[in-house]
Design a protein around this ligand. Structure first.
Ligand code: ADP
Ligand code: MG
Length: 380
């Protein structure tokens, strides 16, 4: 991340001032694990780290893309976006946004100079991809005088990721980046989708421990979980698992294959935990919120079986630390990162002790990333 302002940096790269500067945050999955494709609910946090985009139109039909990510410029011709590979593959995110715009009735900007900067580690499960999509969308739209509503901007980002980049992500990433608000969590009812914000308790912060581990078969494991959830829904005679209560699921146990039942129990109880978390947040009961986060992890560990030895170790070490309200794996699982919700008595020294214990056991250090909430995507 550069220390200079985005406008000054743009000036340095392109020799003129930008017409528009935008910023969109990364996100944390707070609670609501694998609930999205089951029609359920999820709570996410927009964080105080993100991607900044600066842009100015050109009249010669050239599209210059520069990112501080690798300090290089990629030059493409205007026209229908063509998928890029190799060093230029990061431009698929802004190109995907350009390709998505007409699907939402928005006109496409032809030539431009584009600059991106970030203080969000890419590939750390914090959704830098949604951040760059939403910051790009606001820049392209704003530079052409188009101001669709927030939900449309969110859907443009998701369309780019699903259809141009080719990642089948749910609505969480773009929804939280788009609807985030400092001091708040974002609630998403994925069936709508419907978006809302819920105040975060004062004095609580997030700590992400990124293990840099990833199960070799993660794509296959995701689709297996998806299939198992759909099999349970089918056995229950519903469209998706959000349509059954915890009690209805228990009563129907004999009808469902045992593995599918365990997966369904995780999803149905997790949806109930999201609702309970919203209530506990509203009542200012932070200890209860923390207990729900840890319960979510235990369910991942024993029922959905999308945790790992590394993630379990971090959760155990964190919940045993002073000042931690709760901890859980965040994101799809099978490796990746753990999130802790902590109060002011948990600080760098405590985080360091957890990382050192992990390193002693697994021979590699997790990255420690402390963060707070931040505003959703906006024009600066
Ligand atoms: P995550 O969303 O968890 O960070 P992804 O693999 O979905 O991981 O997205 C990361 C990719 O997004 C990067 O490899 C890069 O192509 C692109 N990206 C994110 N931020 C930037 C940036 N500031 N500049 C250029 N590309 C970026
Ligand atoms: Mg991503």
């Amino acid at each position: 991340m550069s220390n200079a302002t985005p406008s000054a940096q743009f000036q340095k790269v392109f020799g003129r001032a930008p017409e528009i500067v935008t910023r969109a945050p990364g996100r944390i999955e707070f609670i609501g694990n694998h609930t999205d494709y089951n029609g359920g609910t999820v709570l996410g946090a927009s964080i105080d780290r993100g991607v900044t985009v600066a842009l100015a139109k050109r009249t010669d039909g050239k599209r210059n893309f520069y990112s501080t990510y690798n300090g290089k410029t990629v030059t493409l011709e205007a026209g229908a976006p063509v998928k890029q590979s190799g060093e230029a593959s990061w431009t698929n995110y802004p190109l995907g946004v350009l390709a998505a715009l007409p699907h939402f009735g928005q006109s496409v900007i032809e030539g431009f100079d584009y600059y991106a900067d970030s203080d969000l580690p890419a590939g750390a499960g914090l959704s830098s991809s949604a951040a760059i999509e939403l910051a790009s969308a606001l820049a392209f739209l704003g530079a052409t005088g188009q101001h669709p509503d927030r939900e449309t901007v969110v859907k443009i980002g998701k369309h780019a990721e699903n259809h141009f980049v080719g990642v089948p992500c749910g609505i969480l990433d773009q929804g939280v980046s788009g609807f985030g608000k400092a001091g708040h969590l974002v609630f998403i009812d994925c069936a709508g989708p419907r978006f809302d914000t819920v105040p975060m308790p004062a004095g609580a912060s997030f700590w992400i421990f990124n293990t840099h581990t990833k199960h070799a078969l993660v794509d296959g494991l995701y689709s297996a979980r998806h299939r198992e959830c759909m099999a349970a829904a089918q056995a229950l005679g519903v469209k998706w698992l959000v349509d059954v209560s915890v009690d209805q699921l228990r009563a129907a146990e004999a009808k469902i294959e045992p593995t599918a039942f365990k997966r369904a129990r995780h999803v149905v109880e997790e949806i109930a935990r999201v609702d309970a978390t919203v209530k506990a947040l509203g009542a200012g009961k932070i200890a209860e919120v923390g207990a729900l986060l840890t319960a979510s992890h235990r369910s991942s560990q024993h029922l959905f079986e999308n945790s790992t030895e590394e993630l379990d170790f971090l959760v155990d070490a964190l919940v045993a630390s002073t000042g931690v309200y709760g901890a859980r794996l965040t994101g799809g699982g099978f490796g990746g990162a753990v999130m802790a919700l902590a109060g002011p008595s948990f600080g760098a020294a405590q985080a360091e002790a957890v990382a050192a214990a992990y390193a002693a056991k697994f021979g590699a250090r997790p990255d420690i990333l402390p963060m707070g909430t931040g505003d959703g995507a906006k024009v600066l």
